[in-house]
Write a protein of this length. Structure first.
Length: 116
């Protein structure tokens, strides 16, 4: 059986798609976001890629679990009912399924992600 690897290359330099306003913005400035190298692994119900957001605040709501590695930038994520967590370049984070909360992007943030 042949194994196929899904690889994200040079995440720090990946060209991000056209930036779009955050879907659930909170105040000004409205963060602009985009992805690069988004790849689906339908056979295992996962996807990977690079995500970038300009500064701003917005709500997060994803049904999937997510593992992310922060490539550059700085933010604070506050899960609903939880304490704020500062994330910066070099950090990794695991979001549980159905994790909701508020992103507060302080410096343009770039991360690799795995949704599963």
């Amino acid at each position: 059986m042949t194994q196929v690897l899904t690889v994200i290359r040079a995440a720090e330099r990946a060209v991000v798609d056209t930036l779009q306003p955050a879907k659930l913005p909170m105040g000004e400035p409205v963060a602009k976001q985009g992805t690069a190298q988004h790849q689906e692994a339908a056979d295992i119900g996962a996807s990977v890629g690079v995500w970038e957001s300009s500064p701003g605040r917005f709500r997060r709501h994803l049904k999937n679990r997510e593992f992310s590695h922060i490539v550059s930038g700085r933010c604070v994520f506050t899960p609903d009912g939880g304490e704020p967590v500062e994330l910066r370049a070099g950090d990794a984070v695991l979001f549980p399924a159905n994790c909701e909360g508020v992103w507060d992007i302080r410096e343009t943030l770039r991360k690799t992600y795995v949704l599963f």
